[in-house]
Design a protein around this ligand. Structure first.
Ligand SMILES: Cc1cc2nc3c(=O)[nH]c(=O)nc-3n(C[C@H](O)[C@H](O)[C@H](O)COP(=O)(O)OP(=O)(O)OC[C@H]3O[C@@H](n4cnc5c(N)ncnc54)[C@H](O)[C@@H]3O)c2cc1C
Ligand code: SF4
Length: 563
């Protein structure tokens, strides 16, 4: 791959979940496409160095040494930053940023971006989610509704491979599912308990991007059935879960229309003041620092939410002195995230005869039930919750030789443990911003300055989640119930969104209903930066559907000579 040509039909910035989809769609439609990725190449299978390692083959038995943790406190707070996957994470020391307020920015700079690291939970948005801002007046109205995006959810689900049950819930529309992954006995008990005791609450089998029954389209991608190893963050030798590396990027490569340039840091998008349009992008080679310009008819910015903001803020011209397309002044504002602070845990005395808790890469999910049909609490919007149960027991690791073996073999089973974590919607606010700092990184890019915080709405939501979940746990007969509020900084949810929001009105938004910049028609943003509000669902499935839809529109416009 790679050629000396600098002119393409389409340029995509970033090769993560959304950029990978843009690459697949453009190349499949016959367009010569350049993907610019700031990190190194990571080839499916070949570049997963730990994928088949045994626990004892890790120098630190899976742990990150204290020195590395001390030097990289932000990324060390991410649960998946462990010895087996540390090479896919950005270390704090490698790419600094400015925290005006504490913000844990978790990044993956390589081909595939964070698609190698994600927890693969995938839920559609519902009509209630798209209507949210219009109903309560916080953030601007979405320029699209569920029906606009529903066919595109189906389109991406079939290709990516999403497992789940058809639950028939208006708050969480069903999709094109492969068979769901099983819940264990206690999770099923809680599911039945909630449906019998709460008419508006449901516990469902977690929907996730894992192939449970490979279809011809998955086999064609070279992917096979998930084996429930739950070592996904190492890269999956079976292609059992969806990542850009196992799915969209190799698919795009096979068309012969893809050029991939790695180690290519996009510094800015070029607006030609004379031609009055965007003509291409300016790239710095991360190793040689050489600057190259690439040109195309259409640019998709998919650098992940905050980096997309950074690239656009840094794209200055006479026409756009405050960032590309920023006539409204909202670029970098109304950034939001998910509130993952609260947890509730407990124990269950039942099911003593059952010792198998089921190894599978998902768990149970409680879709949002607050303020769905009407405003019913003293906070806006709502939260979803994860629920899982396990029988962990106690292992005695005392002794040596035969004594150690005997001790390991006589594990005390203990009671079933249960746990839930909150996934709350936050309200996009003008005061939650990202902007350019005066300090620059070693490639001459301004550091991103992040000024994002919780508000009173988030505090009330945490309180309600803890109360409601405690009530459900108590009624279900769980004991030893403990609640906690980690007060973790925003960002650790890894669902940062906004700053380049969609909307009908160019005075208050950056993008129209096709993800096209109001002020620069050949620039599109389909990653988290485009999000007008955040809802509670894990966001990546929505980015995939948005991207496929926007590429389809862009190509139609190109054929008509409009772009
Ligand atoms: C541990 C973990 C668990 C998660 N769990 C879930 C989950 O269960 N469900 C879910 O929906 N989401 C989950 N996420 C979030 C999910 O990974 C992201 O939403 C998703 O990857 C975003 O896709 P993206 O294309 O916007 O960005 P990314 O996948 O991050 O890709 C962006 C790419 O752009 C590149 N890039 C950045 N700046 C530049 C530049 N200037 N020039 C060139 N290239 C650039 C980066 O190197 C990167 O490769 C999780 C994330 C993590 C880390
Ligand atoms: S759980 Fe499935 S997807 Fe994850 S590593 Fe295992 S086989 Fe692969």
């Amino acid at each position: 791959m790679g050629n000396n040509n600098t002119t393409f039909d389409a340029i995509i910035i970033g090769s993560g979940i959304s950029g990978g989809w843009a690459a697949k769609e453009f190349t499949e439609k016959g367009l010569k496409t350049l993907v610019l990725e700031r990190g190194r190449d990571v080839k499916h299978l070949k570049d997963y160095p730990t994928t088949n390692q045994y626990p004892w083959e890790f120098e630190h038995r899976g742990e990150i040494p204290q020195k590395i943790q001390d030097e990289n406190p932000v990324v060390s707070r991410c649960y998946a930053f462990r010895e087996d996957a540390q090479h896919f994470f950005v270390k704090d020391t490698e790419h600094p940023y400015v925290q005006e307020k504490p913000f844990d920015w978790i990044r993956g700079y390589q081909v595939g971006g964070k698609s190698l690291l994600w927890a693969r939970q995938t839920q559609r948005w519902s009509e209630y989610d798209f209507e949210g801002p219009a109903r309560d007046g916080f953030a601007v109205d979405w320029p699209i509704r569920y029906n606009d995006i529903a066919p595109w959810y189906s389109y991406v689900e079939k290709f990516a491979g999403i497992s789940g049950n058809k639950d028939g819930l208006a708050s969480l529309p069903d999709g094109e599912f492969l068979p769901a992954l099983e819940l264990n006995c206690v999770e099923n008990y809680f599911k039945d308990f909630v449906s019998k005791n709460y008419k508006d609450r449901h516990v469902i089998y977690g929907r996730c991007a894992h192939i449970t029954d490979p279809q011809p389209i998955h086999l064609e991608q070279g992917r096979a059935k998930c084996q429930n190893r739950t070592l996904c963050q190492r890269g999956c030798p079976f292609g059992g879960y969806f990542s850009s590396n196992s799915s969209t990027m190799p698919w795009a490569e096979r068309t012969g229309n893809l050029t991939l340039r790695t180690d290519a840091v996009v510094q800015s998008v070029i607006y030609d003041d004379k031609k009055e349009k965007v003509t291409g992008v300016r790239v710095i080679d991360s190793k040689t620092k050489e600057v190259t310009e690439y040109y195309a008819k259409v640019i998709f910015v998919n650098a992940a939410a905050l980096n997309t903001n950074l690239v656009l803020l840094n794209s200055i011209s006479k026409r756009f002195p405050n960032g590309l397309g920023n006539d409204s002044g909202v670029l970098g504002k109304y950034v939001a995230f998910h509130n993952y602070r609260a947890r509730v845990s407990g124990q269950y005395e039942g099911f003593k005869d059952f010792t198998t808790d089921g190894k599978r890469p998902t768990s149970a999910y409680l879709p949002r039930f607050r303020n769905l049909l009407k405003q019913e609490t003293d906070f806006l919007r709502g939260y979803a919750a994860g629920f899982s149960s396990g029988r962990y027991g106690k292992t005695n690791t005392d002794g040596f030789g035969t004594t150690l073996k005997d001790n390991l073999a006589s594990k005390e089973e203990g009671m079933w443990s249960v746990g839930s974590h909150m996934m709350g919607e936050t309200i996009p606010k003008e005061s939650n911003t990202v902007s350019l700092d005066s300090k620059k990184d070693e490639w001459g890019m301004p550091l991103l300055k992040i000024n994002i915080d919780y508000d009173d709405n988030d505090e009330k939501m945490v309180k309600d989640y803890l109360e409601q979940m405690t009530e459900m746990f108590t009624k279900a007969g769980f004991t030893d119930i403990k609640t906690s509020d980690s007060k973790q900084a925003p960002g650790l949810d890894i669902h940062e969104m906004g700053g380049v929001r969609m909307g009908n009105d160019p005075k208050t938004s950056m993008l129209n209903k096709w993800h096209q910049m109001h002020a620069c028609k050949n620039v599109f943003v389909t990653d988290g930066a485009c999000m007008t509000s955040t809802s509670t669902q894990n966001p990546s499935l929505t980015y995939m559907a948005f991207t496929a839809r926007a590429v389809d529109y862009a190509v139609q416009q190109m054929k008509k000579g409009e772009l």
